[in-house]
Write a protein that binds this ligand. Structure first.
Ligand code: COA
Length: 143
């Protein structure tokens, strides 16, 4: 099967994308919220195969300085076959010219990003809406 790459939001089924994130798994993401955040992202890629979305990712960017990769996921049927790498490489092409490209990995996925050239930051910090949950899921370390 060949992958068809899309970045136009017009034909995206947000319910289908929400389901992709649920089963990937990358959490429960409301379809309307996905339409909002992808619409507000400077770059995005969707990988389609046989008429269904099998991978996606997006970048919040300012056009020169900072680019933030998020919501990268591959359908479980398609994981482990290079599609995640292809998504990141396509997003990185879009990010050319930015001085820094930043992300935070789901715990356990750091190696995936290290293979693609990302290195650990020593001073990255965050405020999460659900700060207690972020501690619980391993995104934050105690002060
Ligand atoms: C993480 C994810 C996007 C990777 O996509 P994928 O298509 O399965 O990965 P690929 O097949 O492209 O892997 C590329 C390389 O990374 C490696 N890799 C993949 N997952 C890895 C992991 N968890 N740890 C270390 N290396 C990993 C692969 O072995 C491969 O190595 P190679 O280049 O030496 O062959 C996918 O597993 C996924 O959607 N997971 C659930 C959602 C998620 O966690 N998203 C990431 C949010 S930070």
């Amino acid at each position: 099967m060949s992958i068809v790459w899309v970045d136009d939001l017009a034909g995206i089924d947000w319910n289908e994308l929400s389901e992709l994130y649920r089963i990937a798994p990358l959490g429960n993401k409301n379809p309307a919220d996905l339409a909002l955040v992808f619409g507000n992202s400077m770059f995005r890629v969707f990988a389609n195969e046989d008429g269904r979305i099998v991978g996606a990712g997006r970048v919040l960017a300012d056009g020169r300085d900072c680019a933030y990769l998020c919501d990268v996921a591959v359908h479980p049927d398609r994981q482990g076959r290079g599609l995640g790498r292809d998504i990141i490489e396509r997003l990185l092409v879009h990010c050319r010219g930015h001085r820094k490209i930043i992300l935070y990995a789901v715990p356990g996925k750091e190696g995936f990003y290290e293979r693609l050239g990302f290195r650990r930051m020593t001073t990255a910090m965050a405020i999460f809406e659900d700060q207690a949950g972020a501690y619980g899921r391993g995104y934050l370390t105690a002060p």
